[in-house]
Write a protein that binds this ligand. Structure first.
Ligand code: CMP
Length: 138
């Protein structure tokens, strides 16, 4: 039981062969994998996913990067999932991510930062449904 968050392992981490190591850390931290797959975004779909960042200077680059290779989206479940998962991944900027966090261990830059984590329960539900049908979420 518990509540849910959404994550995706980003193209830099998938290409580097870190999907298994990252997934292991997620499970060891007590998260249950509700849904998971390997897929690739088009630039257009990356733009839809990150629409809240449309006005930011890095938006175009972000959409190009996020569609540059395979990603591994997942829905995860745990008590206090959103907050605990953001602690597990660490700060957006890997130079500021605490030791032992997933971004500290695997991120290459502020953009190619290995992994995404939803920032609220509401966004977790929206983002999870962007990748998974209701019949895939159990
Ligand atoms: P994420 O938390 O998944 O959501 C927004 C993403 O934009 C973020 O991870 C980074 O991949 C990227 N991002 C955030 N800030 C910057 C920045 N200053 N320059 C480039 N990319 C950024």
């Amino acid at each position: 039981a518990g509540n849910r968050t959404f994550t995706m392992i980003k193209p830099d981490a998938v290409a580097a062969g870190n999907t298994g190591a990252i997934t292991k850390l997620i499970e060891e931290a007590g998260f249950r994998i509700v849904a998971m797959k390997k897929t690739q975004l088009t630039k257009e779909r990356a733009g839809q996913f990150y629409a809240v960042h449309k006005e930011r200077g890095f938006y175009g680059e972000l959409c190009a990067y996020m569609s540059s290779g395979s990603i591994v989206p997942m829905i995860l479940e745990k008590d206090n999932a959103v907050e605990d998962f953001r602690k597990l991944i660490g700060a957006t900027d890997p130079t500021k991510a605490a030791p032992g966090t997933i971004r500290n261990l695997f991120a290459k830059s502020i953009e190619a930062n290995a992994i995404h984590g939803s920032d609220s329960d509401e966004n977790a539900a929206i983002e999870g449904s962007f990748f998974f049908a209701g019949t895939e979420q159990f």
